[in-house]
Structures are given as structure tokens and as C-alpha cells.
Design a protein around this ligand. Structure first.
Ligand code: 4NP
Length: 154
């Protein structure tokens, strides 16, 4: 089982989701069973560490995402990942545009797993620190839902 989180730049939301979901898996003793990665739609930040504000907000919750490096969504990801989860509708549209017709995995919005159908994780890049807290709150909620979903074998 492999899960890929996708945002625009891969420096704010999706690396945060990667870090939070790893922690959730670790707490559930499932870190060995589920692979986790993140990527971005855009090329601008490839090779860079997560935004300092994202690193700081995650660290406050006991999560170290400093070693992550941004990369772009690639065609091979559809062979490698069972769940490809977008932060917003634009990301989702970009994923679907690259999705092979025979992809048998799940492409959707992350917050569907938080019980918020059609909801987005807002892009915090141009906002203040509070935006990064909101991102983490939303991601934590969805991560618990995603864990339960995977555990239930659905
Ligand atoms: P992310 O945030 O998609 O959550 O990583 C962004 C980071 C950078 C940019 C946009 C969003 N940017 O335009 O450079």
C-alpha cells in the first residue's frame, strides 16, 4: 500500500501531509505496511526543503519534515501509488489530466477522508503563520480518516 500526497509546490501542504500521515501510521504501528510520499504539480521548488513556516509548524507538533525535498508528479507515480490525494481542486484536475485510463487506484481530494466532501486544504504560501496551523488541523483530521479507511480494507 502506497499513498502519495499532492499539492502545487510540494513545499507547504503535501510535505506537511506526508509528515503528519507518517506520524499517524507510526502511532498505529503501521509504518511498515504503508509507504508515504509527496510531490507537487509545479516545477518551481524541485529539490528544495519544505517552506520554513511549514517546518516550524510541524515541529511544534513533534513532526520533522526538514529532510524532505520537493519533486514533481511523474507518470510513474500511477504505477507506484494506490492512493493519490490532492489538496485542492486544481491539483486534482492536474492529476486527472496525467492519469492513465487504466489506473486502478484512488485519485481524490484528501479532505474527503475528513468527511468534508469537496473541501480543499487552502494554499498557505502567500498568507501568515495561522494558515499553516489550519493546514495541519485539516490534514490531521483527514489522516485519521484515511488510516481508518485503509485499516477497514476498503
Ligand atoms: P504548496 O504551496 O502547494 O502547499 O506547496 C505553494 C508553494 C509555492 C507556490 C504555490 C503554492 N508557488 O507559487 O511558488
Amino acid at each position: 500500500m502506497n499513498v502519495l500526497f499532492v499539492c502545487l509546490g510540494n513545499i507547504c501542504r503535501s510535505p506537511s501531509a506526508e509528515g503528519v500521515f507518517r506520524q499517524v501510521l507510526d502511532n498505529a504501528s503501521m509504518i511498515e505496511q504503508v509507504g508515504v510520499d509527496s510531490c507537487g504539480i509545479g516545477p518551481w521548488h524541485v529539490g528544495k526543503a519544505p517552506d520554513k513556516r511549514a517546518q516550524a509548524a510541524a515541529k511544534q507538533r513533534g513532526i520533522d519534515i526538514s529532510a524532505l525535498r520537493a519533486r514533481q508528479l511523474a507518470p510513474d507515480d500511477f504505477a507506484d501509488f494506490d492512493y493519490i490525494l490532492a489538496m485542492d481542486h486544481d491539483n486534482l484536475q492536474a492529476i486527472r489530466a496525467m492519469q492513465p485510463a487504466d489506473y486502478a487506484g484512488h485519485v481524490g481530494l484528501l479532505l474527503d477522508f475528513a468527511g468534508h466532501a469537496d473541501a480543499e486544504v487552502p494554499d498557505p504560501y502567500y498568507g501568515g503563520d495561522q494558515g499553516f496551523e489550519e493546514v495541519l488541523d485539516l490534514i490531521e483530521s483527514a489522516s485519521r480518516g484515511l488510516l481508518n479507511h485503509i485499516r477497514s480494507g476498503a
